[in-house]
Design a protein around this ligand. Structure first.
Ligand code: HEC
Length: 121
């Protein structure tokens, strides 16, 4: 390795562990937590037992990111599109309620933040 490559490798290492990248993650999680508490916590908890909707413990193990993104954007659209899991939730009808389509969740950045936070459950 010549000096230039060593410098590039060191630079890449620095970038990956940079406090800037960590700060960005923290900000995303903080935003996700804020949204969850303001909007979702009325019906959901981070635990196994929910309120008006299911408890979201281990939700990121049950559902992948893409599913979560579509669901959180529009539960009704997903049920209408015939998604099997969404229909099953609806048919089991444990909560006597369909999750509402929330205006704040139409923004990509907000869904990204809340999904990052859901992954910590
Ligand atoms: C008014 C109540 C209500 C609000 C507010 C709400 N949800 Fe829901 N949510 C539900 C209900 C009810 C279900 C179950 C769907 C069904 O039975 O049709 C559900 C289901 C879910 C599921 C699938 C759960 C599982 O176990 O598979 C996720 C994920 C979810 N909600 C995330 C969110 C997030 C994130 C927010 C906030 C942005 C939110 N919800 C806001 C009522 C709500």
């Amino acid at each position: 390795m010549n000096t230039r490559n060593v410098l590039i490798a060191a630079g890449l290492l620095w970038l990956c562990s940079s406090p800037l990248a960590l700060a960005a993650d923290d900000a995303l999680l903080a935003r996700g937590q804020e949204i969850f508490q303001d909007v979702c916590a009325r019906c959901h908890t981070a635990g196994a037992v929910g309120k008006l909707g299911p408890g979201l413990k281990d939700i990121s193990k049950r559902r992948d990111e893409q599913w979560l993104d579509r669901w959180i954007k529009s539960p009704r659209a997903m049920i209408a599109a015939g998604d099997a899991y969404a229909r099953q939730l609806r048919e089991e009808n444990k909560y006597d309620l369909t999750m509402p389509t929330l205006p704040i969740m139409q923004k990509d950045d907000n869904r990204k933040a809340v999904i990052a936070y859901l992954k910590t459950f």
